[in-house]
Design a protein around this ligand. Sequence first.
Ligand code: PMP
Length: 302
Amino acid sequence: MSELLPMDRRDGVIWLDGALVPWRDAKVHVLSHGLHYASAVFEGERVYGGQVFQLAAHGQRLLRSCAIMDMECPYGATALDRAALAVVQANGIEEGYLRRIAWRGAEQLGVAARATRTHVAIAVWPWPRYFSSDASLRLAIGDWRRPPPESAPVLAKASCLYAIGTLAKHAAERAGYDDALLLDWRGRVTEATGANIFFIQGDALHTPVPDVFLDGITRQTVIGLARARGLAVVERVIMPDELAGFDACFVTGSAAEVAPVQQIGAFRFEPSPITRQLMDDYACLVRQPAVELAQTAAQSAA
Ligand code: PMP
């Protein structure tokens, strides 16, 4: 299985600090600030038919994450997007997953690191399925909680935040689940470890307000698709004891796409035609040529 091939033992080319280098030579020094203090931000994107879905939105978010992390990115949005496309093309990837990452280098290894240079790497590879299960997902309610905005850079897609996700997902997998649903420090429902969450009640979607977690690009896209289908989308505070009142549930993310959830802890959900419709609509949208996509976005914004 391609997922089990270690990431450093693949072939192809990776864009590293402005140049395409052989895959196995794209290395980082062990005394890099990014490694010791998780001073890194990244993007996960999908390639459909050789095109990166929402390329510009991901590039802009990477730059916003850099700014939140007080990291100066040496490349602008256009350069980052051009580089992403060059990597896709150089590796001949038609269907795959693209990772852009920026991190602090090795010039300084103390906590303060303003003299470090920001490095950027971009890689792409085939990754057909985010969740190992093909079936509707089962989530545990995680013991780890999303921190308050005074305690972490919660709106950046920052590597440091994934410590919580990794620990919660390990515990969930050990207990036989696919992933964890994370609550925040107030006990509110937030998201899964790498995807946003939606609940269905009748003809309406309910989803938590993304005030202390990532307002995912897929989340925003799916809200647009749902509204275009005439569905109401309610962004509101959701507490875990409300889960019993929802008919269905799904998660969204660039890697996960739109994936149905059948269980969260003791709560069970039914398969829903609304989830099916949104999965189909999303699958259709991601394959629209970029020009049509821009028009669709402009229409839905109007
Ligand atoms: N939350 C977290 C923690 C994530 O890692 C992701 C995946 N990037 C998402 C939500 C979904 O974001 P997006 O739809 O932009 O991929």
